[in-house]
Design a protein around this ligand. Structure first.
Ligand code: PLP
Length: 283
């Protein structure tokens, strides 16, 4: 049986950390790809120990295994876009530099993960410096939140004007395009700058700031939209709309932060007291 190529979903690769509570990292990325009709594959940079209440420890994956894993997936020849998330240290970041150099035509979205919301560092100082100097210029777009933009641009970022200044600075540092996400501000403003056009996209705050994995999900949605052949600006606008709806339809899965509902488009009727028993519905 030969499936026609046109009906096949594009393959998107996530290289990121593993969050066992499934709100952020690789698992969030794979759910986001699936929600965009993309087939997700993944290579893990580091295992985190975390639940809804936060990260408590991290063990990096051996860099040789990471590199082999990424190259093995890429050698299948179908990956249409790459999303890069948590890198943990310079050694891991250097593996990604090599991969980007060897695959310079592949659209790549870099989510420069700095720390978790419970203030656990997810990259060290040397890794962040390497990311700034060597990775920014090698990806299609970088998607920092305001904390990450402040760390990368080395300036305070807490207003829309400073988000714009940080976006300009990151382009000066070599980034081809930047989206600074401002979900933590009063109004949810995202600033997009590709070196020519600077635009801001404003959305209403729809829930308190207790959502988990928003940055991972946004960057993965951008990558999925690029894999589907969309232009970068359209990919960013659509990714923001997807994240807003996934936040709106989120529900708690533990006592801590609330993961986005990545699969809100998927519906399955819930069993109620009035539902017919399975035996009655299967003849
Ligand atoms: N764990 C992993 C693997 C992540 O990549 C991230 C953020 O990108 C986090 C945890 C932290 O997510 P949050 O700050 O939304 O809790």
């Amino acid at each position: 049986m030969n499936q026609s190529i046109s009906s096949a979903w594009p393959v998107v690769l996530s290289v990121a950390g593993f969050d066992p509570s499934a709100g952020a990292g690789i698992v969030a990325d794979l759910k986001t790809f699936a929600a965009h009709n993309c087939y997700g594959v993944a290579a893990i940079t580091a295992l985190t120990v975390q639940n809804t209440q936060g990260v408590t420890s991290v063990r990096p994956v051996e860099p040789g295994v990471l590199k082999e894993s990424i190259n093995s997936l890429l050698s299948d020849g179908r990956v249409k876009a790459l999303k890069i998330g948590m890198l943990w240290n310079k050694t891991t970041a250097d593996v990604l530099r090599e991969i980007l150099d060897a695959n310079s035509d592949l659209p790549a979205v870099l989510d420069p993960v700095v720390r978790s919301s419970n203030q656990f560092d997810l990259i060290d100082a040397a890794g962040l410096d390497f990311l700034r100097k060597k990775l920014l210029s090698r990806v299609t777009v970088v998607t920092p939140n305001i904390t990450e933009a402040a760390a990368l641009a080395e300036m305070p970022v807490d207003t829309v004007e400073s988000m714009k200044a940080a976006a300009r600075k990151l382009v000066e540092l070599g980034a081809r395009a930047v989206v600074v996400t401002g979900g933590h501000l009063e109004k949810c403003v995202d600033v997009f700058y590709d070196g020519t056009t600077l635009e801001s996209f404003t959305g209403d705050r729809i829930k308190p700031d207790n959502t988990h994995g928003t940055g991972c999900t946004f960057s993965s949605a951008v990558a999925a939209n690029l894999a589907l052949g969309r232009q970068l600006r359209d990919a960013v606008v659509l990714a923001k709309a997807y994240v807003v709806e996934a936040i709106r339809q989120a529900f708690p899965v533990g006592p801590g932060r609330i993961p986005l509902n990545h699969l809100y488009r998927m519906t399955q009727p819930r069993l109620t007291d009035h539902s017919p028993a399975v035996a009655e519905t299967v003849h």
